[in-house]
Design a binder for this molecule. Structure first.
Ligand code: SF4
Ligand code: SF4
Ligand code: SF4
Length: 266
């Protein structure tokens, strides 16, 4: 069974995968697998860009997003004659039988099925099944310059899968994401009398379960705690010669810049 493994740490947002999908499918008829993808309006591969945090502490996240080749695809369950789960795990829409079946578009909870108005068919990423059957890899995998998207046999990716996350909508997706950035809390320490940032201050984060993590402010007086989950956190900042600062009850639902803390001289 095949899987996609996408390491977000290596994705630089170049859009190569999105362009690769267009290159492979626009104007190309891969029948009996796929009819051509329209040039406009369809993103069988979509690079999602999310800005986390608030200026000036922001981080950009890039996530390649396409059909998740789910083991429990509701389209397969509802229209088994039209949408099939192949033995290798790829989910394919029959381009002939899908004619006039606009209802397929709304049945996918991930929003990755598109309606081709001109041909009157529902279409989506099929993992480039025509290439896979020819012993090749999907075109987006082939063209990714950083090897951020990989494709292959599930057992060959055992170690990566153990550390990965999936976009979980209860459908048992076969697309695994590594190094998804999670949420962050960022802030800074400075002293207004000297108008200077405080470097090397000890910053302690108390997690929702009561455990703690520590870091130090960097050369810009900034601190970052990354890879967090939503919940309520406390932050304490200590530096020799300055009065400590506490910020309690930080409600983290999205990444937060909690601001710059003016630490008075002790
Ligand atoms: S081609 Fe690779 S590096 Fe470029 S956006 Fe896609 S996944 Fe990221
Ligand atoms: S992403 Fe949507 S269309 Fe693709 S397999 Fe999952 S449920 Fe089916
Ligand atoms: S596997 Fe093929 S169809 Fe799917 S996103 Fe990549 S290039 Fe497009």
């Amino acid at each position: 069974m095949k899987v996609f493994v996408i390491d977000q740490k290596y994705c630089n947002g170049c859009y190569g995968c999105q362009i690769a999908c267009k290159d492979e499918h626009c104007g190309n008829d891969w029948m009996p697998y796929q009819k051509p993808q329209p040039e406009l309006g369809h993103f069988w591969m979509k690079l999602q860009e999310t800005t986390h945090g608030q200026v000036p502490r922001v981080k950009l996240e890039y996530r390649p997003y396409m059909c998740q080749q789910c083991d429990k695809c509701p389209l397969v369950e509802q229209w088994p004659d039209i949408v099939t789960k192949r033995d290798d795990g790829l989910v394919c829409i029959d381009p002939v039988k899908a004619e006039g079946k606009k209802e397929l578009v709304d049945a996918c909870p991930y929003g990755v099925v598109y309606w081709n108005e001109e041909l009157s068919i529902a279409q989506k990423c099929d993992g480039c099944a025509h290439l896979v059957d020819a012993g090749e890899v999907p075109h987006c995998v082939d063209l990714c310059p950083t090897n951020a998207i990989r494709f292959g046999d599930e057992e060959d990716f055992k170690d990566e899968i153990a550390k990965a996350t999936r976009i979980d909508m209860g459908t048992e997706s076969r697309v695994y994401y590594l190094n998804a950035p999670g949420l962050f809390i960022g802030g800074g320490a400075w002293n207004s009398d000297d108008d200077e940032v405080i470097i090397g201050a000890k910053v302690t984060l108390t997690m929702p379960d009561g455990t703690t993590k520590t870091t130090e402010t960097d050369d810009f007086g900034d601190f970052w705690f990354r890879g967090l989950e939503s919940g309520t956190y406390d932050v304490a900042i200590e530096a020799a010669g300055y009065a400590s600062v506490d910020k309690k009850g930080i409600n983290l639902a999205k990444s937060l810049n909690i601001g710059d803390f003016d630490m008075a001289k002790a």
